[in-house]
Design a protein around this ligand. Structure first.
Ligand code: SAM
Length: 289
């Protein structure tokens, strides 16, 4: 593939130019844009064609590839290994119980603890022992962008810090609660790895008994979040925002819980990711009036 090498900043301006090959996508390499050129037009470099991965979907967590759903076939595993050369491939059949513990099988190589980098954060975890939802990337970035420095936030289901770490990096103070000792240990290590210990207070145990004082924002990253809402609602003020996760839209049940607590709120609902054939992982932003 013949390309011209240009500063990335010029990409938006050159899209329609006669020399640009419209059938191939430009891409960034070491901060420089490599723009494919049409036949006969001068180029700076001739690069090997990039192979497009068309195999089974997987998430690379650190250096371990994780597949969900049906058991991967030998061919699917081989194509994942050929694509990114992971240390291991883990098949997560599902996550069980309130602690969302993965039912995991190492189907290639070795697994175990990883250091996973995502959006400037480092997460330490073992994907065979605790869940890591990569499909929530956009939601994590959204929360990090919403958070204002100095906010007091409760993360009621902190896990290994999926929301806690990005929110702390945005300058908020986080009260992070987690009931599973394995996840809690990774949470503490992820806090240290991101140098946010001055902004995060981790506590191990049932969040219902740990919430204290009034929060500006409450993160409820658990599919059963709505049933914990009465506890959360005892710790809000007008203007507080609660992010309630659910399978399917939970607006009606949230309205009921608000009414029982004698509170009113504006609720907006958004999709986080596809969860099943006709089911979505949703998040409801509940702003207390
Ligand atoms: C869905 S997982 C991960 C949540 C994470 N916030 C996310 O969205 O990726 C939910 C976490 O909540 C924890 N958890 C469940 N019930 C809890 C409770 N009553 N108090 C505190 N943590 C709890 C589980 O152990 C698990 O780590």
């Amino acid at each position: 593939m013949r390309v011209r090498r240009l500063p990335a900043s010029v990409l938006p301006r050159i899209a329609g130019e006669a020399w640009v090959d419209p059938d191939r996508r430009a891409y960034l390499r070491d901060g420089v844009a490599c723009v494919p050129v049409r036949d006969g037009c001068p180029a700076d470099e001739d690069l090997p064609e990039r192979s497009v991965y068309r195999g089974r979907g997987y998430h690379l967590i650190g250096d371990v590839a994780v597949v969900h759903g049906d058991a991967p076939t030998k061919e699917e595993i081989e194509s994942i290994v050929a694509h990114r050369h992971p240390r291991g491939v883990v098949w997560v059949k599902g996550c069980t119980g309130a602690m969302r513990i993965p039912e995991a099988v190492v189907v290639y190589g070795s697994a175990g603890e990883v250091r996973h980098r995502e959006q400037g954060c480092t997460f330490i975890l073992d994907p065979t022992r605790v869940m890591f939802a990569q499909g929530n990337r956009v939601e994590k970035a959204r929360i990090a962008a919403l958070v204002r420095p100095g906010e007091r936030i409760a993360d009621m289901f902190a896990g290994i810090g999926y929301f806690t770490i990005p929110a702390a990096r945005s300058g908020a103070s986080i009260h992070a609660m987690e009931i599973n000792p394995v996840a809690f240990d990774y949470l503490r290590r992820s806090i240290a790895a991101n140098s946010v210990a001055d902004r995060v207070t981790p506590m191990m145990g049932d969040c219902r008994g740990l919430l204290s004082g009034v929060y500006d924002r409450i993160l409820m990253g658990h599919f059963e979040a709505a049933s914990f809402l009465p506890d959360a609602l005892a710790h809000v003020r007008p203007g507080s925002v609660i992010h309630v996760h659910s399978i399917g839209d939970a607006t009606a049940v949230i309205r009921e819980r608000l009414m029982e607590a004698g509170l009113s709120a504006t609720i907006s609902s958004r999709r986080v990711k596809k969860y099943g054939p006709h089911t979505w992982h949703m998040v409801q932003d509940v702003r207390i009036e």
